[in-house]
Design a protein around this ligand. Structure first.
Ligand SMILES: [Zn+2]
Length: 463
């Protein structure tokens, strides 16, 4: 009895001294489908879990050579990039944390919401799976690095040359020896990244893609021995200099830094750090998808990098503005709306309006960023408010494609009585109108397959 009591006491003490870490609990909840990926950030915040940080893979050693590119952005250009996902599975085709297409569409929506103020848009280009247990865990250096994943997927023809390629890993570590976990790795600049599955629907994903466009952390250069570089900070004028920090060093309202490293060697004051910035240290609630932003300077820098043609990195990853108006799947056959085929799925993250084809100021239906249109009403065209004020892709009702016309035959003098002859679709298509016109004045009114009306007067002198 005594022994049993001691055992229980020991067990209770064990759990008090060593409670199951909240992070482990989160992983278990995700694995058992008791929590969705979309709720991860909220769970981190509610349970005071500090999210993992990322690591950048510098693909240019001489970053200073990029600086002259600033300010060369093509002011009006809108950039649309295809984005493709590789889900890294175990060899048997399963994975511990499920990732489905809805998650991927949510991830692309988060990108569009974060980047579209800078006219940078993303078009979901699908996903593939790589079933190989030894590839599911990614390392920053050594075996199964991001570069080796890219090389493998190219060799196996999985890689999409026309898209940004995102590898969704089960875990990411520094290397085989240093197993400090990492949320994501991105080529900087580049079009590839790897992300820990738990972080797919957190601020880490826009953060990694911003690294692809050569954005640095806001604490970049903070501890450089060269004070000029410390003042240049992340090469963006409107982001405040900052140290890397943890949640313990940030006021809960994210307004200021309260750590001890409040002055660096170059006397930069660091009381107010850009805690809500996508490129700052990952501390919640500051850098959440709800709160995080890129500054105008960061947006301008990304656009400069994209338009800086010698990089040529992004050229073949681009799509058209019109592609954003195409659904992810379903809905149309040969450009004509066919609602009875595969269900219509549009990308999330935009404000959609379905407006009258002839009068785009008349809004028939509208959808907010977290909703998606499930159908395309007849005689409406699509407006995406974040993309353009123009409406595209008018859905013409199939029945209106039965078209025809009328001939008003006045005889030799206008102004008197006239006869009306109906024209059938067949007569219009076989062009028999002109051969059979009555003598004299004939007003021909037609309506074509697009519902467009036109009229013209023809005078026939002789048979
Ligand atoms: Zn980063």
């Amino acid at each position: 009895m005594k022994i049993a009591k001691r055992f229980v006491f020991a067990l209770v003490s064990f759990f008090i001294l060593f409670p199951i870490p909240a992070q482990e609990k989160l992983t278990t909840l995700l694995k058992t489908n008791k929590l969705e990926l979309i709720d991860v950030e909220e769970y981190f915040e509610a349970n005071n879990i500090t999210p993992l940080s990322c690591i950048e893979q510098h693909n240019l050693t001489d970053v200073s050579s990029i600086i002259p590119a600033m300010g060369r952005s093509e002011v009006d250009a809108a950039y649309v990039f295809n984005i493709y996902f590789h889900i890294l599975n175990d060899t048997n085709g399963t994975r511990q944390i499920a990732v489905n297409e809805e998650d991927l569409l949510d991830a692309v929506a988060n990108l569009n919401i974060a980047f579209n103020t800078f006219s940078i848009f993303f078009k979901y280009n699908g996903f593939g799976v790589i079933n190989a247990s030894d590839m599911g865990v990614v390392y920053f250096t050594g075996s199964n690095s991001l570069d080796s994943l890219v090389a493998h997927s190219k060799a196996a023809n999985y890689y999409k040359e026309d898209s940004f390629n995102v590898f969704i890993a089960s875990s990411i570590f520094h290397n085989m020896q240093n197993r400090t976990p990492i949320a994501g790795i991105a080529n900087k600049p580049g079009t590839n990244c790897a992300i820990d599955d738990e972080y797919l629907l957190t601020s880490t994903f826009p953060h990694e893609i911003a690294h692809n466009f050569l954005l640095h952390h806001t604490h970049h250069n903070w501890n450089n021995s060269d004070c000029k570089l410390v003042n240049l900070n992340d090469y963006v004028e409107d982001t405040k200099p900052s140290v890397p920090y943890s949640s313990a060093h940030i006021k809960h309202d994210c307004s200021s830094y309260i750590g001890e490293q409040n002055m660096n060697n170059c006397s930069n004051s660091l009381q107010s750090v850009p805690a809500n910035n996508f490129m700052s240290s990952n501390v919640l609630p500051c850098r959440s998808l709800q709160n995080a932003y890129f500054t105008q300077g960061q947006g301008a820098r990304m656009r400069s990098i994209i338009s800086f043609r010698w990089l040529e990195l992004y050229e073949d990853k681009q799509n058209t503005i019109e592609s954003l108006y195409e659904p992810v799947s379903g809905g149309y056959e040969n450009g004509v709306y066919s609602p009875n085929t595969i269900p219509l799925i549009f990308q999330k993250g935009f404000d959609y309006q379905f407006v009258d084809c002839d009068n785009p100021t008349i809004i028939r239906e509208s959808y907010a960023k977290n909703e998606t249109p499930k159908h395309h009403p007849v005689n409406t065209a699509i407006k995406i408010l974040q993309v353009s004020s123009k409406a595209l892709k008018c859905n013409i009702e199939k029945s209106s494609r039965v078209y025809g016309g009328e001939i008003y035959s006045f005889g030799m003098g206008l102004g008197g009585n006239y006869k009306v002859f109906k024209l059938t679709t067949n007569e219009m298509e076989n062009n028999v109108i002109l051969n059979n016109l009555p003598l004299g004045y004939n007003l021909i009114k037609t309506i074509d397959q697009h519902g467009k009306k036109s009229s013209k007067m023809i005078f026939r002198l002789k048979k």
